[in-house]
Structure formats: structure tokens, C-alpha cells
Design a protein around this ligand. Sequence first.
Ligand code: F6R
Length: 609
Amino acid sequence: MCGIIGVACGRGAFSKPLGSIIKEALKQLEYRGYDSVGYAVIGESLILRKAAGKLDDVAGKLNFEGVDGFVGMGHTRWATHGSPNDINAHPHSDCTGRIVVAHNGIVQNYLELKEWLIKKGHIFRSETDTEVIPHLIEELKSRGMTTLDALRRTVKTLRGTFAILVLDLDEPNKIFFARYVSPLIIGVGEGVNFIASDIPAFLKHTNRVLVLKDGELGYVSQKTVYVEHVERGVVDVSRRIRIIDWTPSMAMKGGYPHFMLKEIHEQPMALRTTINGFDESLDKAAEMIMEANNVFIAACGTSYHAALVGEYALAKLAGRLAHPFIASEYTKYLNAIDENDLLIAVSQSGETIDTLMAVRKFKGRGARVIAVSNVVDSAIPRDSDLPIYTKAGPEIGVAATKTFTTQVAVLLELSYRLGLKTGRLTKSEYLDLHRELTMVPKVVSSVIRRYEGHCKELGRRLKPITSMYYLSRGVGVPVAMEGALKLKEISYIHAEAYPAGESKHGPIALIERGFPTMFLAFRDEYMEAILGNVMEMKARGAYTIGLVPEDSSKLIEKLDYPLKMPYLTPYAASIVYVVPLQLIAYYASVERGLDPDKPRNLAKTVTVE
Ligand code: F6R
């Protein structure tokens, strides 16, 4: 986590001071962490300023607007080592204050390095793991190395994950960098180069990007990009520069009060673009599934819920069993994996460390890997045998919304195609399901139009509650899990999802008068059973809300607050039903006076294990 940005621009490249450019870039990276902010700029001298707090709160204190120079870097932090205070904020400097470092990742062996450096006389100021990096470079330079040599040696010494930016007053026109696991992308501009954790940081200035690979290091200056591999020497990157088709406005709020609301509303477009972009990679993926002995699906958080929908559709429609698992638990399967097995890794960012580790370990056992991701060339698709991309556009709100629904769309179409290939679906059944999927963007639009007001009202009603259940059956269970996660993470209301049948095995003990319970009923074999579960909850005083098919009059009659959903198969419904749940969570958060884009303790991309 953490967001880093470096800008090498020379003098006069921008109409505003470099500090302002860095501040704007950090604004686009704040979703990666917002515990503290800092920057360092080299102009007449090296200026380093940092403070705990969110960018908007500390920008004045740090005087971004008043600082100019020809190279600079900024950092927005998600604290790992050391509490989020001013001293632990990045950048960190060496003893002399001439070398400064911003870092995203974790230096696992920092304690032993710190001890060694202290013995050599280095003075540490912070509790962070990062601070060993400038001191190591300082130490190595004192033995006659250049900054680049010292950085290379440092990279070889560090264990863990890192994206590092270094400014050194001895080479004041360059921003040195190194990448291992944590993302780092160069933005190649005209007379100005950028280097950042994510593309939106510099998209306003250039759409020419170079995604760095693990083990690469080098420097950017105003006109130069130099890259080498830590073991293999100089790398020719000229053919790796790509043009990104995201526009800057895609990464801005566009009149919405929050990114999350904008991204909920963007779902029809995101789904349409993803569905229109389906290509032969889905057929290849279906073939890989057919050839595999065992199929696993690894993901975290929201992506795991999409994986569960995928598992359901693969089993029901293609007769193919897949084992979904939370990526950080990957070790439990490792001994059982060999080259006949297949892993499907689902990760919107493509950088989540737990999912990346699962991919690497499965690959290490010889398994093949399919990645479903929203970020082209990110680590997980890059490490996979077959990347499949959702086309949701940049997602800035910390809570995943449009990336979830587009992931589900991909996994559904994959299951449909596999069903056709395995003969579980006839051609006409396949075509019906596919056609329905292409209608989903429109249905999502109409559900938003029809129910946003109701969701706002529900958000208001939920404001004072402390706990809530989400119950469903079948493919509705992962959708209920996603609804509960959304509510929990942005409104801080405790929310749990269960298969409705399981509620009687413990959870029902919490039900008392007014306890809110959300039911999701789909047009499937579980409708009668869900009605029974609604009655059980009502009998104990629960306040029952439900998303139910519009013709399920018995359910509609019994629920305290029914929202009638359009006529759909449970598969398409798994996309459509989640949208009101996102809106309810959003409005509950706003009602509680919270910032849904920046939930406490969370970061958009989790790059630490
Ligand atoms: C929840 C959320 C997280 C992510 C999880 C995985 O709203 O966003 O639970 O889904 O951290 O992230 P990716 O999909 O980037 O691997």
C-alpha cells in the first residue's frame, strides 16, 4: 500500500510550482493510504516536508504550492511499521539529509539491517522499516559507490517487497527507483518524466506508460529513462511503452460527491465495455479448465465474492467443480498441486500480495494460471499464463464496486462458454444466457434509477444500527457476503452474511425486535425456503428488508421493506442485486458522516502480507 510519485521536469515545465503537481498526483494516490503525507523537492536545495493526516488536511501546513524545483517526490502512507505520526511519515532521509527515500512495501530484514547500521554510527529517527534504505545507500556511497551502484547493492540486500524512489543531492537531476513486487510505473512525457504507484497519478500529463518489472531499477531525469535488471544488467524498454486509453476524467469525480458513488453509477458503462470486449481468451480459458485436473480460484475480499459466484456458475452450468479459497490461505493446497492443475486468480488491482503469492506458489508447483484483473500488465496477470481483463476503467474508491460486477460478468461468460463446450448447455441455452448478460448493463441502469431513492432512505434507517444480517441461498450467498462487506467497511456497522439455512444454527440467537435482516431471493429453487427463513426472522421481531423477484408476491407481502427486482436468471441477478446493496452501504456511510472513499484502516491495494 502507500502511494508514491516522482516527477523529473527541469525548470519551467509546468505553469505551477512542482509542489502543486506533486500534490495533485498524491490526490490520485490517496486511495492507497492516507495516514500521512510528505514530499521532497530538489531546487536551490533539498526541501523535505511531511506530516500525519490526510492530504487535504495537511496540504496548507506542508505548503505544497510554495515549493518549486526540478525533481521531486511525494508519498501518501498506509502505516505498517511505526504509528502514523509526523516522524514516521515518508520520505525518510540518511544522516546527512542529502539522500531521501519514499517507499511502498515492507523491508522484512530491517531490524538486522538497522542494528548493523547503528553499529556503523548511523542515527535513526523513525520507527519505520523504510529508514534503513537511505542509510544503507549513504553507507555504501561512503565506500566510493555511485548512487546507482549503492541502490543496486541495497536492492540485493533488502528482503521483502518494495517500490522505492530516491533523491540524492549529489545527482540532483535524477530520481532513482527500484521495484520488487510493489507496483511502480513510469509515465513518459514530453520533457518531463513521472514515476508512480499507479497510472492516475500522472495521467493528466501523459498516457505513455512503462510498467516496471520485478528486479528492475534505474533512474528517470527530465529527458532520460534508464532501466536495468538487478541481476541481468541494462534493459531495452523502448518496446515496452504502452498507450493507456483511460482519460484523466475517468479518474476524477465528475460532479459526484464521492468516487464510490460515481463508480456505482459507472457500472452500466463498465459492464458494457467489459462484455463487448469478450474475446477468444475466454474460450482459451474454458479449454484450460477442461484440460485441468483440479481447478482452484484464489482471491481476497470482494474479488473472493466474485470467485464464489464463479464457482457456483461453473458447477451449475458447466458441471465443473472448482475450489475457491481466500488467497492468503494458499499454503493448505500446495502439497496437493501439480502441473495438471489450474489456478484462476481474481484481483482487480492485479497487485494484491496474497493473491500474487498464491499465483507464484502454484506456478512453482507447475500449475497453470489464469488471471482476471482490471489493470493491464499488473503483477498477477503478468505472472499468469492467460490474462483476462475486465474493462471497468480506474477504480479509485477504496470499496470495490464496478470491478466486482465486471469480474462477475467475466466469470459468468466463462462458465457459459465452458457449459457449451462440455455439452452441459445447448447452443440455445448458451445464447439465452449470453444475451441476458448483454442486457445487464441496461438493467443495472434502470435499477439505479428506480431504487437509488429507496437505498438512500434505507441508508438513513440503518444509520443508528450496530449490526445487520444478509441472508440468501445459492448464488445469492456470495452476493449477500459482498453486501455485508460493503456495509461493514464503509459505514462501520457490523454486518454478517450467511446461507439463510445456516442462520438457524447460531446466528438467529442475535435476533430481537428491530434487528435488520436483508434477504436476497432469486428466481431459483430456493424461493420457498427463503420465504420460510423470512417468517422465522419475522417471528422473532427482525426488521426484514428484501431484494426479491417482482412477481414473488408471497415474499413481497411478508417483507417489511421489499425492493422488487426485474425478471432475471440467478446468474445475471448476481450482478444486478449487488448494486442496491452498494448504494445502501454508500448512503449509510454518508448518513453517519463518514467518507466512503476513505474507510479507516483500509487501502485500495493491499501489497503487504
Ligand atoms: C473491498 C475491497 C477489498 C478488495 C481486496 C482484493 O471493497 O475492495 O476487499 O476486494 O483487497 O483486492 P484486489 O481485487 O485488488 O485483489
